[in-house]
Design a protein around this ligand. Structure first.
Ligand code: DAT
Ligand code: MG
Length: 140
C-alpha cells in the first residue's frame, strides 16, 4: 500500500442541506486527511469534461444539470490507500444499496443525487485533481 491522493466532490444535494461539515467529519474520522478544499460552482463545460466517460449514458444531461444546480465542495484527500478507502466510505452509487456507516447511506437521497464523488483509480484521481487544483493549492 502507498500514500495516495484522491479527488472528492461534496455534491449540490449535500451543500444544499448544510452537510459539508458532517461529511468532512466522516472523512476525517476515517483517517483520511483533507489536503485541499474549495467551494465553487461548476460550469457546464467543467461538468461535461469531468463526467465525459458517461456522455453516452441516458442520465448524462440530468447529471450535468444536477452538478451545476448549486455549490459544490471540491477536495483532495490523502492517506494510505486513499482511493479505495474513500470509495468504501462513500458507499454504493445507489444509496438504497449502500452499507451502514457510509456517507451515501447516511445522507444521499437517490442514485442521481448521491451527495459525494470519489475517484475510482490512480489514473482518474490524478486527472480529476488536476482539473480543479493547481499544485500549490494542495498542502499535505
Ligand atoms: P460513482 O459516483 O459511484 O462513481 P458512476 O461513476 O457510475 O458512480 O456514476 C457517476 C454518477 O452518475 C453517479 O454518482 C450518479 C450518476 N448516475 C450513475 N448511474 C445513474 C443512474 N442509473 N441514474 C441516474 N444517475 C446515475
Ligand atoms: Mg464514478
Amino acid at each position: 500500500m502507498a500514500v495516495e491522493r484522491t479527488f472528492s466532490i461534496i455534491k449540490p444535494d449535500a451543500t444544499a442541506r448544510n452537510l459539508t461539515g458532517a461529511i468532512n467529519a466522516m472523512i476525517e474520522q476515517s483517517g483520511l486527511r483533507i489536503v485541499a478544499q474549495k467551494r465553487i460552482r461548476i460550469t457546464r463545460e467543467q461538468a461535461q469534461t469531468f463526467y465525459a466517460v458517461h456522455s453516452q449514458r441516458p442520465f448524462f444531461g440530468e447529471l450535468v444539470d444536477f452538478m451545476m444546480s448549486g455549490p459544490v465542495v471540491v477536495q483532495v484527500l490523502e492517506g494510505e490507500n486513499a482511493i479505495a478507502r474513500y470509495r468504501e466510505l462513500m458507499g454504493a452509487t445507489d444509496p438504497s444499496k449502500a452499507a451502514e456507516g457510509t456517507i451515501r447511506k447516511a445522507h444521499a437521497a437517490s442514485i442521481g443525487e448521491n451527495s459525494v464523488h470519489g475517484s475510482d483509480a490512480v489514473e482518474t484521481a490524478a486527472i480529476e485533481i488536476a482539473q480543479f487544483f493547481a499544485g500549490n493549492e494542495i498542502v499535505g
